[in-house]
Write a new protein. Structure first.
Length: 271
């Protein structure tokens, strides 16, 4: 199935702008909070050698926008994505990092990392239990002992009695580089499969593309159980604030455990 945004990385970045690098900053702040002085990093400078930094793997790296920010801070970044177009775009715009076409359920890179990130609900493309377990085990295998897994996704518990995202289709329009893109999006819950399904109709230059996708609906305690059984110690599980919540993320923010927000954030350490 074609995916209009992953086929067009520049449009993707315009469709989901992040001018303040909120997602990448969130990750760096979380690492700092949960590792303390275990690791050090500093902005890169061409005038002096760099101290050893942290090896970070970004699963579902997309356009590599977050990687660009992390590289400037001093991380050694590798990114994987299933979209060859995204990987090519990321490598072109961030040559200091390494990007690989790979599936999150099956990747094998032959080396270990200090941090693995999986943002923007990418882990929810693991629809079945065995897919989620495979992903978490791959992360465990690719993390050094004590390494961190940082994941961000939609919160299944948000949909318990809440229908604001399901009540009606949403429409959006973007003009970018002289072209206009329009979309109409409909969401619904597939209760039997525990999936949030989406149908998005794209209209551009007189053509129409119907795109269908789905995300696993994971509940907080369910995600905690999967992480625990796959060899992780859950350090934090919270709904807000985060990089995509209404409450603005701050480095010293109090982490809410109400679990009623539409986002879920997992911070786990490899045992």
């Amino acid at each position: 199935m074609r995916n209009f945004l992953t086929d067009n990385p520049e449009v993707y970045e315009a469709w989901f702008p992040d001018p303040n690098h909120t997602a990448a900053t969130f990750v760096h702040d979380v690492i700092t909070r949960f590792t303390g002085s275990q690791w050090k990093s500093e902005p890169r400078s061409p005038l002096k050698p760099q101290r050893p930094g942290r090896d970070l793997l970004d699963v579902g790296c997309g356009t590599g926008r977050d990687a660009r920010c992390w590289v400037r801070i001093g991380y050694r970044v590798t990114g994987i994505d299933t979209s060859a177009d995204m990987v090519s775009h990321a490598q072109e715009h961030c040559p200091e990092a390494e990007f690989v076409v790979a599936d999150m359920r099956e990747f094998s890179l032959g080396r270990a990392f200090d941090v693995i990130t999986c943002l923007d609900s990418a882990l929810l493309y693991c629809h079945r239990n065995e897919e989620l377990v495979s992903f978490l085990r791959r992360c465990h295998e690719h993390l050094r002992p004590g390494g961190l897994l940082i994941a961000e996704a939609r919160n299944g518990a948000f949909f318990l009695g809440n229908t604001e995202l399901l009540d009606e289709a949403s429409e959006r329009e973007l003009t970018h580089d002289g072209s206009t893109y329009r979309s109409r999006t409909r969401l619904w819950i597939d209760h039997a499969e525990q999936l949030l399904r989406r149908e998005r109709v794209w209209r551009h230059d007189g053509s129409e593309l119907v795109q269908r996708s789905a995300w696993r609906l994971l509940f907080p305690q369910e995600l905690r159980h999967f992480a625990d059984t796959c060899g992780f110690e859950v350090l934090a599980l919270f709904d807000e604030p985060g990089p995509r919540t209404d409450t603005r993320w701050q480095a010293d923010a109090e982490l809410s455990q109400r679990m009623s927000g539409d986002r879920l954030h997992l911070i786990a350490r490899r045992r």
